[in-house]
Structures are given as C-alpha cells and as structure tokens.
Design a protein around this ligand. Structure first.
Ligand code: ATP
Ligand code: MG
Length: 332
C-alpha cells in the first residue's frame, strides 16, 4: 500500500493556505487511499525565534484542527514529531550525507533567515539544517508520497537527493519519495501582497485568513484584498496576481476552475463577495468540529498518544537499519 507522510509546523494559527494546499487533500483523499501519517512538526517550530508556551499551545491547536478538518485516527496516524525520537536520530545521520552548500541554496532558508535578521534576531543553525530534519521526517517512514503545497517542492527534491545518495553510498535503506500537490490553490497568496505566499508565521494580519477567523473577519479580509489595476476579471497569475489568487481560492472552495470562473465575473466586487462566502462555507464545518473537539481535550491527547506509539513502531526499523548501514556499532 502506498505510504504518505506530511506535516505542519506550530508556528502560528493555521491558515486557509495550509488548508487548501495540504490539509484538505490529506482528509479528503490521502487518508482513504494510503497508509498515511500526519505530523505536527514541533521541532521545526524551534528554528525561528519562539515562545515555549505558545509553541505548546499551537501544537495542541494544530492537532485539534487537523482532526476538525477531517483526519480520522481510525484511517491515519496523527502525532507530534517530538514524541518520536527517530526523527532527531535520523536527522543527524542525514546531516552526515547532506552538504553545507545544498542547505544554503534552499529558498525557504534564504527567506526566513532574511526575515529573522529584519526582525533584529539572529539566524539559528537549526534553520539552516531544517530541510535535513524534514528529510528525516519523511524517510523514517518509507513514505512514497508527500502531499504538500508547492512551496515545499524544493525540500522534497532535497529529500529525494539525500535518499538516493545514502542508498548509493551505504546500501538500499530508504524509499525515494515524491511530492504531490493539489491542482488548484497549491500556493495561496497573501491577500495584501499577492506576490508573497500566505504563511502562518508572517505578520501581515489582514492578508492572512486563519482557519478560526469569524465569518465577519473572513469577509472583511477578502473584500479588502489587494487587486490589480485592470478592471476585467481574467485569470493571469503573472500580470494579475491579486485577481488570480481570488479566482484560485474561489475555485478551490467552490469546486470550479479558475480560468472558467474568470469569465463569469464582470467586477472585482462581485468576485470578492462570492469568494468570501465560499471561504466562509468551507471553514464553517471545520470551525464547528473544532469547537466540539475543544470541549474534549482528553480525546485529542489520546489520539496523539496512540499516534506516537504507532509512528514509533513504524519508523524504528528503518532508522535502526540506517544506523547499521552507515557504520555505527549496534548496541547489542
Ligand atoms: P510558516 O510561515 O511557519 O512556514 P506555513 O503557513 O508556510 O508556515 P507550514 O507548516 O510551513 O505552513 O506548511 C504546512 C503545509 O501547508 C505544507 O504542505 C505547505 O506546503 C502548505 N502551505 C503553507 N502555506 C501555503 C499556501 N500559502 N498555499 C498552499 N499551501 C501552503
Ligand atoms: Mg512554511
């Protein structure tokens, strides 16, 4: 059976981008057709300036939202990265396979390092090595597929390179995974800056729709989205990024196609109103379920406990095999 792994970082409130680019596919498709693992990758949240209590709170919230979005622990494994030691164990081995140059070429490293410096902070070494830990997350489980938004394509490519290199040097140990992306909304853009990805750790509030935003807040944000200087509604990501982003969001939320929808609207106002309503409707059931789950924190904790146990059992043999293959003496 195909094995699928993907993760989400507790670095902020989950966004519409996270939902449309990743979580929705996990719930609607992946958990039904594959042996799927979904991880709250909390170690990755420590790569940038962080508040310990907030990371803990956001980890719980992310777990609750994944379940609210439809992940079913009877169908898939939901767990927290730091509960399973194999991720950190394997990450070190992969650091011995990856190169410094490779890490410095990662777009996300360049962007996030520049942001940390702009904010007056220093760049943590773990931000540079982040993609290696991500490779470990994936390779530890022998995942065939990694369903992600398209901003993660470069990291999955690196994961493939590391898997192939390790296998060639030390003998076949890892499955070489591939990224999969949704056909629409694989990169939801910031509503206030449609040339930048909507990211949960960015600080431009009005450009980011959070999964827990009240309907009125969603409407305001969408209606105030920055559009382009033209008047007619056409789908063109290059010359009309603002309108294209709204059309993609609308298409993803209403089941249409962004090009076709472009021909349907005569004004930006109508497009924004319909997009806002479509988003509100998509978020409604997630928010309702989230509220129910918040009333039962013991359930979420239990899911994470079982998930970690399953994840440990699934990753241990591969990571142990990697230890042997690379030349470490077995503990006996
Ligand atoms: P951060 O700003 O901390 O990097 P993020 O919003 O980018 O947060 P991640 O935890 O890095 O979220 O990514 C979780 C998943 O959501 C990944 O599969 C990623 O590709 C996807 N994703 C993130 N942002 C978007 C977006 N704007 N559009 C589509 N998919 C996205
Ligand atoms: Mg990200």
């Amino acid at each position: 059976m195909t094995r699928v792994f993907s993760g989400i970082k507790p670095t902020g409130h989950l966004t519409l981008g996270n939902y449309l680019g990743a979580m929705r596919q996990w719930a609607a498709v992946d958990q039904h057709r594959a042996e799927a693992l979904f991880c709250i990758v909390d170690l990755h949240a420590l790569t940038v300036d962080h508040d310990p209590a907030r990371v803990r709170r956001l980890s719980r919230q992310a777990a609750t939202l994944l379940l609210a979005a439809g992940l079913d622990p009877r169908l898939c494994t939901v767990f927290v990265q730091s509960h399973v030691d194999e991720h950190a164990r394997l990450s070190y081995l992969l650091e011995c396979v990856a190169t410094d140059g490779e890490m410095r070429r990662m777009i996300q490293y360049k962007e996030k390092a520049a942001r940390e410096q702009r904010r007056g902070g220093s760049v943590r070494l773990s931000l540079l090595t982040y993609p290696v830990l991500m490779a470990a997350d994936i390779l530890a489980y022998g995942a065939d597929e990694v369903p992600v938004g398209d901003d993660q394509a470069q990291h999955v490519e690196l994961t493939r390179d590391l898997a192939v290199r390790f296998n060639q040097r030390y003998g076949h140990t890892f499955v070489v995974p591939r990224a999969t992306h949704p056909t629409v909304a694989a990169r939801v853009m910031n509503l206030q800056d449609p040339t930048a990805k909507m990211g949960k750790s960015d600080d431009t509030g009005p450009g980011i729709v959070s999964l827990l935003d009240e309907p009125e807040t969603v409407r305001k944000k969408v209606v105030r989205a920055v559009t382009d200087s033209g008047r007619d509604v056409v789908y063109d990501r290059e010359s009309r990024p603002g309108v294209a982003n709204l059309l993609e969001i609308l298409a993803a939320c209403s089941g249409g196609n962004p090009e076709t929808l472009g021909g349907v609207y005569e004004s930006y106002g109508a497009l924004k109103r319909d997009t806002a309503e479509a988003v509100v409707e998509v978020l409604r059931p997630v928010q309702e379920r989230h509220k129910e789950l918040c009333a039962d924190p013991g359930y979420v904790e239990g899911v994470l406990r079982d998930g970690a146990e399953r994840a440990r059992a699934m990753s241990r043999p591969t990571v142990d095999a990697a230890y042997r293959a690379i030349g470490l003496l077995p503990a006996g």
